[in-house]
Design a protein. Structure first.
Length: 317
């Protein structure tokens, strides 16, 4: 499982889109089902009943908080253990041999996260390496998402690229940079390797004051639009399938009263900016390594760091 995105923590869906019924989704080409038990814990199983291969997402959650297959009523808990096979008198030893594949989950920063274990039977996942801005009550975050028809690495590279706003976002956030670039201005970009990924700092001309962006492996970009986490924009590129990426923005809020106003801001501002990005990224083909003839220059340094990491990820698998 997860050959192209192995052993990574990633969000899959915002908490605001989850409800009482099982939810079918795809992650890096693998079909999954999410469901919530009676203790309000979310679980992820491979969307496949080991009895006859039916999708478990077509079933229901029982009063006991178990996932019941819609075909023959077999019941599974969050660990994938089969608890009942109706109309059959199976003893505990026989039931213990029946398991649906389960994956580790967490509730973090307004979303359900899943660990893409390549060997779920032996999964002992490390804790996710996350920014401090993701600490705290997972319900005090505002999320917004779009679905892009592009490989996730193309989307991710877009959000750690400093040189495109003057042109792609000329009519919005990049207007001032467009005038500077067209007048012959230059920029420099530094990329510092870190334990979590990379810190990118971009400078305009000879300025000593730069704009900072943090990249957390594998798919989180944090744009520092201010000094505190409440000013930062987190952008996460979630691989759905080979040419489908879920782009999710995350903002931290100070309290419940801020959720509605920040949601309106996200659905307005984020939608407009992401639409500009999407039109270009969807025109690119394959992943970031698919065309060895692409030409890179100095301002591409952060994206080259990302490409080196991604190359190693595929090689390690």
């Amino acid at each position: 499982m997860f050959e192209t995105f192995p052993n990574q923590w990633t969000p899959v869906l915002p908490l605001t889109e989850l409800g009482a019924n099982p939810i079918a989704l795809e992650l890096a080409g693998e079909p999954l089902v999410l469901f919530r038990d009676n203790e309000q814990c979310w679980h992820a199983l491979h969307d496949y009943c080991p009895h006859r291969g039916a999708r478990l997402s077509l079933g229901t959650v029982t009063a006991e908080g178990h996932l019941r297959c819609g075909y023959h009523g077999w019941r599974y808990n969050g660990s994938g253990e089969c608890l009942a096979a109706p109309l059959n008198d199976l003893n505990p030893a026989a039931l213990a041999k029946i398991r649906a594949t389960s994956l580790p989950t967490r509730l973090i920063a307004g979303a359900v996260w899943v660990y893409t274990a390549t060997d779920p039977d032996n999964a002992d996942p490390p804790e996710p390496v996350l920014p401090d801005s993701f600490d705290g009550d997972p319900n005090l975050f505002v999320t917004y998402k779009q679905e892009w028809q592009a490989h996730w690495t193309r989307a991710q590279e877009n959000f750690i690229d400093f040189a495109h706003p003057p042109y792609l976002h000329e009519k919005t956030i990049g207007a001032w940079m467009h005038r500077y670039a067209e007048s012959g201005g230059t920029a420099r970009v530094e990329a510092e390797d870190t334990e979590f990924g990379m810190i990118m700092t971009s400078y305009i001309g000879d300025s000593d004051s730069g704009f900072q962006l943090h990249w957390y492996r594998p798919n989180i970009a944090i744009l520092h639009f201010g000094r505190t986490p409440y000013n930062w924009l987190h952008v996460i590129c979630i691989p759905v399938s080979e040419n489908h990426t879920r782009v999710m923005t995350v903002r931290r809020v100070r309290g419940p009263d801020d959720l509605k106003s920040y949601s309106r801001h996200a659905s307005g501002t984020d939608n407009r900016i992401l639409d500009e990005d999407r039109s270009i990224v969807e025109s690119q083909h394959g992943d970031v390594l698919s065309d060895p003839d692409e030409i890179s220059v100095a301002t591409d340094k952060p994206t080259l760091v990302f490409r080196d990491w991604y190359r190693g990820l595929l090689a390690a698998d």
